[in-house]
Ligand binder design. Structure first.
Ligand SMILES: Nc1nc2c(ncn2[C@@H]2O[C@H](COP(=O)(O)OP(=O)(O)O)[C@@H](O)[C@H]2O)c(=O)[nH]1
Ligand SMILES: [Mg+2]
Length: 304
């Protein structure tokens, strides 16, 4: 087993143990009955796939079982693995060619992991040889600015930060301008997650988005929504609010390692129609990894 897959497996332990691991107990030598389908559907719902997605998985599996003459529960594991895999989009990577520097905005509610992910993503892109600038545009909390500055100095990445309570749009604008002047390849912008009202938050985000486009036409290249995997289905409603405010291009799913609800990944793709680009499998900088559907599905189902 290679290192990366063992990391996925380790990171998905909670999801596997709490839900998907129990699904495999259904797979034995017995004949498939109505009860099998009902139990499987209930387990998928419990695994946070959402009702609609779970029902659609079952409908497809039933059809395939008929078509392929599958009658024993033991043969369902392969069908389920393929079915789950078909629901996750192929690995997607970020587009760095749209503007130079590429500008990436990270958005999401407080505590979802934005600031940590800005640092991790910055580190990973810098390891690939890109010149990365971080921008601390969550000016509503002094602690958030400090947090990113600490990460930046630890990872040896440059950072542009405003004063606490300064205009987040202005910080983002300065960061993009600095990125152009300093010949950066990527500017990653951290944003605020909570204002007094959701309306304010979304208006602020729209503004940051607009301002970034003024500093560099065509920017941002990507708006990535950071979702906390421990919040399960709740994250779907959150995501919809962000999608209404700005054009979200993809999801970064954090804290898979502390979540038993990793099944939400399927609901993200199915209900939000957003690709998952990266996964957080821990708190350390190297714990952000491109989302790999095969490792994810095999990791939750305990198959190698
Ligand atoms: N276990 C784990 N913790 C994470 C992960 N990503 C972020 N965190 C933690 O989640 C907490 C909130 O993260 P932060 O970046 O401050 O969230 P923000 O409010 O959205 O900026 C911190 O304690 C992070 O260390 C992850 O992938 N796994
Ligand atoms: Mg933050």
């Amino acid at each position: 087993m290679d290192n990366l897959f063992s990391k996925w497996k380790q990171g998905l332990e909670k999801t596997r143990k709490a839900t998907f691991g129990r699904i495999t107990t259904l797979f034995g030598a017995s004949e498939i009955t109505n009860d099998t389908w009902e139990e499987l559907e209930a387990m998928l719902i419990q695994a946070d796939l959402g009702v609609a997605t779970s029902q659609s998985v079952i409908a497809n599996l039933k059809q395939q079982a008929v078509e392929e003459g599958v009658v024993k529960t033991g043969e369902l594991a392969d069908l389920l693995e393929n079915e789950l895999l078909s629901r996750l989009s192929k690995p997607t990577s970020l587009n760095f060619d749209q503007t130079h520097p590429a500008v990436i905005l990270l958005v999401g509610v407080n505590g979802s992991g934005k600031t940590t992910t800005v640092a991790k993503l910055g580190k990973s892109l810098s390891n690939e040889g890109k010149k990365v600038l971080l921008a601390a545009a969550d000016t509503y909390r002094a602690a958030a600015i400090d947090q990113l500055q600490v990460w930046a100095s630890r990872l040896d990445l440059p950072v542009v930060a405003g004063q606490p309570d300064s205009d987040p749009g202005a910080v983002a604008y300065d960061a993009v301008t600095a990125g152009i002047a300093r010949g950066m390849d990527v500017v990653i912008v951290d944003t605020a997650g909570r204002l007094h009202t959701r309306y304010n938050l979304m208006e602020e985000l729209k503004k940051v988005h607009r301002v970034v486009g003024k500093a560099l036409p065509g920017a941002p290249s990507a708006v990535l929504l950071v979702l906390d995997a421990t919040t399960g289905q709740n994250a779907i409603a959150q995501a919809r609010a962000f999608q209404q405010a700005v054009n979200v291009n993809g999801v970064i799913l954090t804290k898979l390692d502390s979540s038993a609800r990793g099944g939400m990944a399927f609901a993200i793709q199915e209900e939000l129609r957003l690709p998952i680009l990266f996964a957080g499998l821990g708190e350390k900088p190297e714990d952000l990894t491109p989302f790999d559907p095969m490792s994810f599905v095999r990791g939750i189902m305990n198959r190698s």
